[in-house]
Structures are given as C-alpha cells and as structure tokens.
Design a protein around this ligand. Structure first.
Ligand code: ATP
Length: 238
C-alpha cells in the first residue's frame, strides 16, 4: 500500500456566512497525481488554500505525513515539502525572474545545488532564461505560469499543489504546462492538480475527484472517470 501523504478529513471552510467547502474527505498517496475537477465555484480553490494554510478552516483536519498541519502557514509548509502554485500565480511582480526563482530557494542553504536547480528550470523553460533579468510583472500570462511552477520546483517539493495551471493560456502553452506536469510527476513528485480542463486533468491522473457545491460527489481512477458517462455529461461538455 502506498503511503498517504495528504489526508483531508471532514474539511469545512466558510467565507463569513457562506459555506464554500462543506465537509470534504480525500487523500493523496505518495507518488500519485490526483486531479480535483468541478464546475466554477465548486470550492476547489478554497480547498487548496485551506490545505496550504492560506485560509483558516472551520472544521475537520488536514494531515500531512500522518500529522495534523491545521493552523500552519504556507511558509512552514513549504519547508516541509508542500508547495503550491496558486491560481493567479502569486509571483513577485517587482522582482526579476531570477530573483523570483531565488525566492523559491529561501528554505535551502545549499548554494551550489540551488544554482544547478535554477539552471534546470531554465532548461525546462528556456523562455525564462532569455528573460531572467526582466521584471516578472511584465511577463505574459503563460510566462508567469512557467515562473510560478519553476519557483515551486526550486523548493524541491514532495507534494506540489497546482491550482488551475492552464487557466488563460494559449493551446501551445497548455500543452507545454501539461508536459511539465507529466515530467515532474515522472520524477516522483506527488501532485494535486485542480483544473477546469477536466479531460486533460483526468487523462494524466492516477485518481480523480469531482467537487460540486462544496462536496466531493464522485471519485475513481483518472482514466475510468474519463470514460464515465456521468462525468462526461457534466464536466466534459457532452
Ligand atoms: P473556480 O473554478 O471558478 O475557481 P472553485 O471551485 O475554485 O471555482 P472557489 O474559488 O473555491 O471555487 O469558490 C467556492 C465558493 O466560495 C464560491 O461560491 C465563491 O464565490 C466563494 N468564495 C471564494 N472566495 C471567496 C471570498 N474571498 N469571499 C467570499 N466568498 C468567496
């Protein structure tokens, strides 16, 4: 049996009086790629933010490596190997690309290795290398997405949480981002992926969960879900 890295138990999150996540249970095992899909406003981003400590939770618990991480902030979690690429990317717009990547290494003190990892990111995304001294705020949407992923990778995460990485990107960029996700997964990083692009997200997932109105409504193997008529009708536009 694979080791469970992330376990979400009875998670509830509210914004004021509005209950956005209403009691959600799921887990992500070591080495897995798990996709969380669902329509707009289903509570996917809220769930991701609660896991990474950027939103307080009202009830339930989140376990990482068997221990509760409830109440811990994003910086503490990155140190423990849990990195998130947020929706909207969260890059430092007034810093250069290189400075943003260096920020990804703030938890590390192995300078020589950091340089090697920055070079690796430049190999994955040559476009970032060409623009390394450019302010991140001037990058295109796709380039900002590459930078946000690059920065997360430099923290050498055990688990990478990706919130809508393909949002707003051109088809070529979407292909590139999914290719990078597949490569990172192949290197053994565990991935939790939230995506609007349900067919692509399920196609690369070991397992998937459907979220609807703050609850998990379906789950299964990624490829099985992809052919499930109910999933196809509701989320794949058929
Ligand atoms: P999308 O795919 O559209 O991003 P989602 O599944 O990620 O949707 P969430 O962003 O988690 O959904 O939103 C869940 C619900 O919580 C929605 O009804 C949304 O309007 C509400 N919500 C999200 N953020 C806030 C906020 N800061 N204040 C109040 N309500 C919010």
């Amino acid at each position: 049996m694979a080791k469970t890295l992330l376990k979400i138990k009875g998670l509830k999150v509210a914004y004021g009086g509005i209950q956005a996540v209403k009691g959600v249970d799921f887990e992500v095992n070591e080495g897995e790629l798990v996709s969380l899909i669902g329509s707009n406003g289903a509570g996917k981003t809220t769930t991701m933010k609660a896991i990474t400590g950027s939103l307080p939770i009202n009830d339930g618990d989140i376990e990482y490596l068997g221990k509760s991480i409830r109440g811990q902030g994003p910086w503490d979690l990155v140190k423990q190997g849990l990195a998130m690429v947020p929706e909207g990317r969260g890059i430092f717009t007034r810093m250069t690309i290189l400075e943003n990547l260096q920020m990804g290494a703030y938890i590390r003190d192995d300078k020589a290795e950091i340089l090697i990892d920055i070079d690796k990111v430049f190999t994955i995304f040559p476009r970032l290398k060409e623009r390394k001294d450019q302010l991140a705020g001037t990058l295109s949407g796709g380039e900002q997405q590459m930078l946000a992923m690059g920065r997360a990778l430099i923290s050498r995460p055990k688990v990478l949480l990706l919130d809508e990485p393909s949002m707003g990107l051109s088809p070529i960029m979407v292909d590139k981002i999914f290719e990078v996700i597949r490569d990172v997964y192949a290197q053994g990083v565990t991935i939790l992926l939230v995506e609007q692009n349900a067919s692509r997200a399920l196609a690369i997932a070991d397992r998937g969960y459907v979220m609807d109105s703050g609850l998990i409504t379906m789950t299964g193997e990624g490829k099985t879900m992809l052919t499930d008529p109910k999933v196809r009708a509701a989320y794949l536009g058929e």
